[in-house]
Design a protein around this ligand. Structure first.
Ligand SMILES: *Cc1c(COP(=O)(O)O)cnc(C)c1O
Length: 397
């Protein structure tokens, strides 16, 4: 029965029954003339979620990491310099990926708990008179620390420096859950995957590619084959796919986009995520614990990373919650290993579900003699959810 419990990891996320059913399809022929009827609305819907009129959207079999590789390898050349701030495990892994692809990464070391430092990005770009830096990488939502970065501020910094570098944004744990504005923020490459905000199985990388990035693609010399944008965009333009598409995910995406765009509406989706997150934050405060995010304006609406009190081990808490109550929470990653645990609150979630996670981790903490009062976090979240019940709610799925 424990398999019925929702997960509170920040992806993959809970899959609504409706989306599981949508992905349960008999095989269809992807070379048949009607495949285009499946693909076209999905690509159009993805553009709405990314808030772009002008970019191309490509979908590869893969996961978010494959999306990073596609974004980088299609638009840059070995030896190119990219500028990236490191402020968590995901920004760190993206830096590593660039290094493995033969790029030179100019790293801005940033304390974990902070976001992309727009001022230092501006400084670095202003100092780069010869425009050696080809790209600025930013992780919109650092899933390891529960920090949301201000991508509009990064864009302003780039413009203030008058620098022509492209802007690459990892939106894997933000897109479709928190506001993302590809065109307005001047994002050149936007990366996400199927298994977080879209509430689907893992298996698809989704990448938004700006006009400027498409131009860069023409001269980029990084080797790429399976993830070549040109093959994908060429095939998509003819209504097809360069190889066998993950059909079940395309069906799932079609249904997920219907839920996000047509039924709940993106603004209500973002408001719901904020509300889920705020309830969790109230619980954390009631436990007397601290978030990894250094300031309230940095707090992510999709994941909270929470320091455990001195002398406790966060991994033991997460293990205990899983073994005893059959519920999954996120462990601390990288610098946060052992020191923090994470509550993922993105995707398909209601206040009642969030309360079950808060109540369960609270039981696990009480079992391990944490200095908390059983029920304190639950009550704080209940109070918040009760008094914000007028905010648009997720429709029954
Ligand atoms: C989950 C995640 C990724 C990695 O995605 P995979 O689908 O596991 O490859 C990258 N960046 C962020 C911010 C994430 O949350």
């Amino acid at each position: 029965m424990q398999g019925q419990n929702p997960v509170f990891i920040p992806g993959p996320t809970n899959i609504p029954d409706r989306l599981r059913h949508a992905m349960n399809m008999q095989t269809l022929d992807h070379r048949a003339p009607d495949f285009v009827d499946l693909l076209t609305p999905v690509r159009a819907g993805l553009k709405k979620v990314l808030k772009t009129e002008t970019a191309e959207v490509v979908t590869f079999p893969g996961s978010g990491t494959g999306g990073w590789e596609a974004a980088v390898s299609n638009t840059l050349s070995p030896g190119d310099t990219v500028l990236a701030a490191r402020y968590g495990m995901f920004s760190h892994r993206w830096i590593e990926l660039c290094q493995r692809l033969g790029l030179t990464v100019q790293v801005i070391e940033t304390p974990w708990g902070e976001g992309a430092p727009a001022d230092r990005i501006e400084e670095a770009l202003a100092a780069d008179k010869g425009h050696a830096i080809k790209a600025v990488l930013a992780t919109h939502n650092e899933t390891a620390t529960g920090v949301r970065s201000d991508i509009a501020a990064v864009r302003r910094a780039m413009d203030a420096a008058g620098h022509p570098a492209m802007l690459y944004v990892d939106g894997v744990s933000s897109i479709a859950s928190m506001d993302f504005r590809m065109d307005e923020w001047g994002v050149d490459l936007a990366v996400t995957g199927s298994q977080k905000g879209f509430m689907l199985y893992t298996g698809m990388a989704i990448v938004g590619v700006s006009r400027k990035a498409l131009q860069a693609m023409e001269t980029a010399a990084c080797p790429r084959a399976y993830f070549d944008f040109r093959d994908m965009i060429g095939a998509n333009a003819k209504g097809g796919y360069p190889y066998t598409p993950p059909l079940q995910l395309l069906f799932g995406l079609g249904e997920s986009l219907k839920m996000l765009l047509d039924e709940e509406g993106l603004d209500a989706v973002f408001a719901r995520h904020h509300r889920m997150a705020e309830g969790v934050r109230r619980a954390v405060a009631a436990w007397g614990m601290k978030l990894c995010a250094n300031r309230p304006e940095l707090c992510s609406d999709t994941v909270s990373a929470i320091y455990v009190p001195e002398g406790f081990k966060s991994d033991a808490l997460v293990n205990h919650a899983f073994r005893t109550y059959g519920m999954s929470f996120g462990v601390g990653l990288g610098e946060m290993a052992g020191r923090a645990f994470r509550i993922g609150h993105l995707g398909s979630l209601t206040p009642s579900m969030a309360l079950s996670g808060i109540a369960t981790v609270e039981m696990a903490m009480a079992d391990l003699n944490y200095p908390i009062t059983l029920g304190a976090g639950v009550a704080a979240a209940q109070d918040y959810y009760r008094t914000t019940a007028g905010v648009p709610q997720q429709k029954a799925a």
